[in-house]
Ligand binder design. Sequence first.
Ligand code: ADP
Ligand code: MG
Ligand code: MG
Length: 199
Amino acid sequence: MDIENIKKKISDISDTIIENKEYLTELDRQIGDADHGYNMAKGFTAVKIILEDDFKSVKELINKIAMTLISNVGGASGPLYGSFFMKFAQGLDDSDNINKKQFADAFSKGLDGVIMRGKAQINDKTMVDVLEPVSKALYEDKPYSEIVKLAKEKMEDTKEMKARKGRASYLGDRSIGHIDPGACSSYLMIETLMGDLDG
Ligand code: ADP
Ligand code: MG
Ligand code: MG
């Protein structure tokens, strides 16, 4: 996939997040402080603007997205998604396109960045519950349609989990019964990115 196609995908992802601003905020109202959709929509509105710039490499583009998210999203999710994109970029060379194998490698580095920063493990009821199984499935070269389905299941599985990281962990058992907002934003991005990539 070349830079222009990646920009189109990032633009679509931004639109999805902006369209789901109220829904993500509503999820965060149940177990957090009702700002996840607002934080993310603000960040991706800024991302849409930088997409108009010229980039020489995918690495440069993804780095710029990381910086933009870090300075515009705020909350816990800003630095976490910022780390994802920053480490993702570090996993790339200076070329103007990216293949499936490079994507899987970079995604795994991005996940490492989220874990390094947030120290969440699987079942802690965070975005990691979606990102980690997706990373594994990319490595196993599963079809994208299956990865999207998997991401959706993993997001839904967070509903029954008790939060052990972030603001929702303050609620203890009362965090059970609600989908994690960050798991949902991760799923939405993955669905938008991979929903039509097979074939
Ligand atoms: P805040 O909690 O600061 O208001 P947001 O509402 O934007 O930030 O983001 C909350 C989301 O961030 C959670 O739903 C969860 O998925 C994710 N999150 C919080 N803490 C961590 C962590 N330590 N590791 C991974 N993800 C986390
Ligand atoms: Mg919040
Ligand atoms: Mg907040």
